[in-house]
Structure formats: structure tokens, C-alpha cells
Design a protein around this ligand. Sequence first.
Ligand code: ADP
Ligand code: MG
Length: 334
Amino acid sequence: MGPVTGPGPGPVTGDVLISLDGVEKVFDVRRRTGFLRRETREVRAVDSLTFTVPRGEIVGYIGPNGAGKSTTIKMLTGILTPSAGRIRVAGIDPSRERTRLARRIGVVFGQRTTLWWDLPLIDSYRLAHRMYRIPDARYRENLDRCVELLQLGELLDVPVRQLSLGQRMRGDIAAALLHDPEVLYLDEPTIGLDVVSKARVREFLRDLNAERGTTVLLTTHDLTDIEQLCRRVMVIDHGRLVYDGPLTGLHEVGESERTLVVDLERELPPIDLGDAARVVKVEGPRQWLAFPARGSAAPLVARIAAEYPLADLSVREPDIEAVIARMYAGRPGV
Ligand SMILES: Nc1ncnc2c1ncn2[C@@H]1O[C@H](COP(=O)(O)OP(=O)(O)O)[C@@H](O)[C@H]1O
Ligand SMILES: [Mg+2]
């Protein structure tokens, strides 16, 4: 790939779209400690954070609750100003030129909608059309595409407050994309979604990235989101970057396990499946069995069903926190 000569149409690979250098965010939290007494405490939400994201990448941005993920995303949109360090997104300093940056980024906060609650979904899109001054043909093309791929057709005339969580999230993702952003920040976009909605959202993101070269920064607690979308993961903890690399590396650092939750018909001694799974907890007739995440649950289920009085059973996916916890266990002193 030769050097980039000026802005041209089409995706340009290899250039850095997002860069953070020594970024910090400190919040002053004031607390009442008694009558007329207050104490100010500093919370260092993000601490000496340095990384870059090249154009066209889908990066998973993961970490336990309170790690600083949302704070990072808010700084990358310009909603929050860093206490120290330097941020550039598409060459723009987000907190200085938030409005100019807004045309080039899309944001979805899973916990909060940007849609107009009382209005039909389509009205939010019409507003975005005017607000971002999207050329008519482009707007129509993008809207049609989102409506088709996110299956929004029957929802356009429905007031947002009547949509299910999964429908609303798809509506939010479309709203974030009508103006052709180069970067899409997704903060927990699959939280609370059912399996079908999750799959639909993932497929849409994969296509968007492949066809338009849209760069995606994805925060999620769902390891499957990461497995299916991201070759690169960054793990943040206590505001610091503690891992940056392929997901496979993360798995090696902390081999993940799935859990089989087994309800027996009565209380019994721990289920014995040899090396295939181990009982990690027993509570009355319910037993929890851990088994390697890469293995299949099917043979275990078959054995338990054949050898024990089985009443009910479910499989729990490894969550990000468990993987990270094991990552620490395997690497003391990180
Ligand atoms: N506006 C705020 N004022 C004070 N503290 C905040 C504020 N926003 C976030 N924090 C604190 O900063 C830390 C990181 O929060 P956040 O970025 O939301 O984490 P995450 O998204 O990874 O769960 C937490 O300790 C949180 O309580
Ligand atoms: Mg968050």
C-alpha cells in the first residue's frame, strides 16, 4: 500500500483513525461526610491510556464494570474533556471541535436512546437527515439499507416508546449510521437483547465493516460479540490498558470455561463426569459444572441425562469478567 495522497473516496487502509496518548480522566466526587462537612475525592476513571486504532478495524474494548470504558468513549466523542493527554479522531480533537467531529462519528449507548421517545421511529431519522444535512439521495440509500438489514420496515411508524429493547437498539444503530460516519462507537449495544436480535446486530456490523470499511469500537460484556466480530481486543481495568492483542491470546492467558447448570430431581452427591467437567458448586438439587469453553456441551448433557435424574439444565457462556479474572490469576502482578 503506497502513501496516502490527500483525502479521496473509498476506504483508506493503514491510516490511524483514532489515537490516544497518555489520556487521563479524573472526576472530583464530593461526598457528605457529616452535617455541613464534605469531602472531595478524586476518581481516576482513565489513567495514562495510550493506543491507536487504524481505519477499518473492529476493536473490542472490554473490562469489568467501572473500568473506564464509557468514560473513554465519552472522551472520544467530545462529551467529556480529558484531564490530561491528547486525543485525535479523524484528525480532530474531540472536545475542541465536537460539532465538526459529530459528522464523522456515530455513537450508540446501549443503556440510553438517542431516539425521540414519543415520536415514530422515522421522525428521528428525518431529524438526523436535516441536522446532519445528509444529501437526499444518500439519506434514502442509507435508510433503505438499514431498514432492510436491521429489519425496521414495520417499525418506522411505531413510537419509540412502544418498541422492544431489541427493536429500539436496531433503531438506534440505524440512527447512528445515516450520515455515513467513519467511526462507530458502540457502548454495550447487545445488553439485554435476545439471541436473535444479538445475531442480527452482529451480522449487520460485520457487513457494515466489510462493505463500507467503517471502523468500530465495541464495548460489551458478551464474549460471543467479541469472538464473532473482533480480531483485536483491548482490556481496560482501573482505567489502564492491561491487554491489547488478538482474542486468541486472551484465551490463552486465561482459558475460559462454560458452565452447565444442572437441576436434578433431588439432592445428590456431586456429578462425576471424570475429566470432562468439574462440579464447582452444589446448592440443594442444583449443581454447577465447569467445562472448557471450546468443547461441546452435547456429550456432557447426554451423559448426565443417561446417568442422573435430570429435571432441567442450562448452559452459561463465559462472561468477560470471568475471562479477565482468570487472566489475572495466570499473570500475578499485572
Ligand atoms: N460523571 C462522573 N462523575 C464521577 N465519577 C464518574 C463519572 N463517570 C464515571 N465515573 C467513575 O469513573 C469510573 C469509570 O466509569 P465508567 O467509565 O462508566 O466505567 P465502565 O463503562 O467501564 O463501566 C467509575 O469508578 C465511575 O464510578
Ligand atoms: Mg460503561
